[in-house]
Design a binder for this molecule. Structure first.
Ligand code: PEP
Ligand code: MN
Length: 349
């Protein structure tokens, strides 16, 4: 898992002030040539701009706005590097315990929000399998809004998930919350999830970059797409782990009718900007059972590489997120539609 070493180009538009002199423009061009970058000077009627193209590491070191006569410098290429389409044109395909995600392969991730006990997990895993899910979800560590809410079964939960993996023949995903637990979770799980509250926990992300299991990175509920890609790029990918799956799970807006606002446009935007696969979580975004099926259909239609759904055999007794869990029968119904949509859209599932 070597970190890519190709140099990456950066393009910056340097806008000169209207009172800048020819010597100021020449100074900018000279500083660029000194570092081996190209400088394209376009003199306008009122203002001159200098287009700078060259190695990113070198160009980003230049303090353009401190040079005489420079009004501002605007980067044209995105701030994330390794995960960008500029760096890799082909889709990344992530292997999750033998299941391919990305590049036209659909991930269907289903299971309970949290592992509560063996019976509860197995009832949900059986429904996931029956419906045609290819990855099981279930958490052993649950970060909760309140410290007094159920926090998960810890390692016992991971053991139960491992047993379910063997019984149903599905790899599983589980969340890691604390950098000190990365090794433990990685020793059990096939795919490690970073939750919305931890998207910017850079210590955790770096640790995940240094271990071999693929990572599903949920979008922070207040994060822009660029911040999210930077988190993946700079802190996971850069450490050497290139198996990263993005997960749109809704963002916080002024809307209160849904738990979060599912940013469905994030799917095509991320696909254009990045080669990483992106899946959608219709459960944590909508926050309500009846929204899960329509949001899943939307996710597939818009080109997501998969989706992750909370399924619980008895949501009324669920210790976590019962209101958004669908029951096994609803999951089976939804999966019939998913198969038809996948067929129409030519997605492998
Ligand atoms: C989850 O998937 O169980 C979860 C807690 O999601 P999020 O971090 O997006 O809230
Ligand atoms: Mn949940």
């Amino acid at each position: 898992m070597a970190t890519p070493s190709n140099p990456i180009d950066e393009a910056v538009i340097v806008v000169m002030r209207s009172d800048s002199t020819r010597a100021d423009v020449e100074h900018v061009a000279e500083r660029l040539r000194d570092i081996g970058a190209e400088a394209h000077v376009s003199p306008g009627k009122h203002r001159t701009v200098v287009g700078a193209i060259g190695d990113r590491a070198a160009i980003t070191q230049l303090p353009f706005e401190a040079f005489p006569g420079v009004e501002r410098a605007v980067p044209v290429v995105s701030s994330f590097k390794f995960v960008s389409r500029d760096f890799q044109a082909d889709d990344t395909i992530v292997d999750v315990g033998g299941v391919k995600v990305g590049g036209g392969n659909l991930a269907v991730i289903a299971g309970p929000c949290a592992v509560e006990n063996r019976d509860q997990l197995f009832a949900s895993a059986e429904a996931a399998k029956q419906g045609g899910a290819n990855i099981l979800r279930g958490d052993a560590f649950k970060p909760r809004t309140s410290p007094y809410s159920f926090q998960g079964l810890g390692e016992k939960g991971l053991e139960l998930l491992t047993e379910a993996r063997e019984t149903f023949g599905m790899p599983f995903i589980a969340e890691v919350v604390d950098p000190r637990d990365v090794e433990l979770v990685a020793s059990y799980a096939d795919l490690i999830r970073v939750g919305t509250r931890n998207m910017a926990n850079f210590t955790l992300l770096s640790e995940l970059g240094k271990q071999p299991k693929p990572v599903l990175l949920k979008r922070g509920f207040t994060a822009t797409i660029e911040e999210w890609l930077n988190a993946a790029a700079e802190y996971i990918y850069k450490e050497g782990n290139h198996d990263v799956i993005m997960c749109e799970r809704g963002i916080r807006t002024f809307e209160t009718a849904t738990r979060n606002t599912l940013d469905i446009a994030a799917v095509p935007v991320v696909k254009r900007l990045s080669h990483l696969p992106i899946v959608v979580d219709p459960s944590h975004s909508g926050g309500r059972r009846e929204l899960v099926a329509p949001l899943t259909r939307a996710a597939i239609a818009v080109g997501a590489d998969g989706f992750m759904i909370d399924v619980h055999a008895d949501p009324e007794t669920a210790l976590v997120d019962g209101a958004q869990a669908i029951v096994p029968r609803e999951f089976l119904e939804l999966m019939e539609t998913v198969r038809k949509l996948a067929d129409v859209l030519g997605v492998t599932y």
